[in-house]
Design a protein around this ligand. Sequence first.
Ligand code: NAI
Ligand SMILES: N[C@@H](CC=O)C(=O)O
Ligand code: NA
Length: 436
Amino acid sequence: MSETLRVGIAGVGTVGAAVARLLARQSEALASRTGRKIIVTAFSARDPGKERDADLSGCQFFTDPSALAASPAIDLFVELIGGAEGPARASVETALTHGKSVVTANKALLAAHGVELAALAEQKHAALAFEASVAGGIPIVKTLREGLAGNSIRRVYGILNGTCNYILSRMEREGLSFEQCLSEAQKLGYAEADPTFDIGGFDTAHKLSILASLAFGVKIEPDAIDIEGIERVTLADIEAAAELGFRIKLLGVAQRTADGVEQRVHPTMVRKSTPIAEVMGVLNAVTIDADAVNELTLVGPGAGGDATASAVVADIADIARGVRSAPFGVPAEGLLELVRAPMRRHEGGYYIRLSVPDVPGAFAGIATRMAERGISLESIMQHGGKRGAGREDGAPVGVILITHATSEHLVREALEAIHRDGAVKTPAQVIRIERE
Ligand SMILES: NC(=O)C1=CN([C@@H]2O[C@H](COP(=O)(O)OP(=O)(O)OC[C@H]3O[C@@H](n4cnc5c(N)ncnc54)[C@H](O)[C@@H]3O)[C@@H](O)[C@H]2O)C=CC1
Ligand SMILES: N[C@@H](CC=O)C(=O)O
Ligand code: NA
């Protein structure tokens, strides 16, 4: 190994600029930790002349990221462009094909092509490292792949999107609108270029598919994830959750069940007494249930330039030291086919908010439909619009049901029956409750 590791960065936005700054700031410490001098020698950006919060003077510039990836001027290619296809995919493939190691923060690319890229990296004896792709600065990839190698993992779940957690936290704490919170998350550099990926749950799903592969030794299957975003969560739900002792979080959950691997992303009620409920703002948290270690939770910043750069630089340091782990913990060809556990077999508690006409028998009808399917209720609460507060008799009131553990398909059937009965006109808001 030469004394110097020459790094090329493709994409100098929020994360790319932070990586260049961090490598410069920590250059001495990194040299003593890895035994090599790590320097950025080249970069690719859309606009070479743009003002950036990073000093890239003296670096060679490439218009085309794939030309950078193939260039003999670099030993290591760092992809920070984003996107599952286009220049990100092409340049990563080019770098690996040329036997160059790759560091990326791009979960969309890994979710779509991670297994084939890992196979290519293994074939070329190159590293493919992606700590920054899941939960930003939290070293969760290394924890699952190396720290917990002696465990059999039952469930991995957590808050995996900083933007959504920031939005939900600020809506709850400050009563701000969804739109205002999203716009602030964008200004802070947390959101994806297209924020639909964040709020629609897709970014969490990409990350979850990577975690499931690492935890269970299966192929990445983002299409085998049930996904719901946070768009339908209202201030009324957040307030009702608080009254009932819950908080709403967007969780990604992957767990082994008797039917296979259940992977789901959805707004979730977590009890306020649990550690995950305390994780606010841009922080992420990942909890792992495993046989030997039992339960482990890691909490830290999930988005933002510096936190993400911390993970990118850790991967660069590993590569400088000569570390070459199988990207997903086992050789790519040894990853198993994922057997998808159907969501209708999901077992858990439910929060159900219904708009019910305030007439005699309406509540009883709902309770009957639940009881017919053996669904027992932990609590039932009228929310908003008390009688005598200027409301007309019979006008709808919000009714919130919290169920004990039951099956998804029973809840769906009960709600269909309630709607068929005709009293409840608007669709129910259903939010799953995660057991701690
Ligand atoms: N911002 C964050 O907190 C985190 C971001 N990530 C991931 O890191 C990657 C980068 O994200 P950000 O820095 O936030 O995005 P960004 O949008 O700030 O930066 C991307 C940069 O790539 C440049 N670019 C686009 N096409 C290019 C091309 N053909 N050639 C060269 N440069 C090109 C853009 O001009 C932009 O400057 C994405 O994959 C994202 O999902 C991962 C963890 C956290
Ligand atoms: N948009 C993502 C960035 C990090 O992965 C998030 O908000 O978590
Ligand atoms: Na990470």
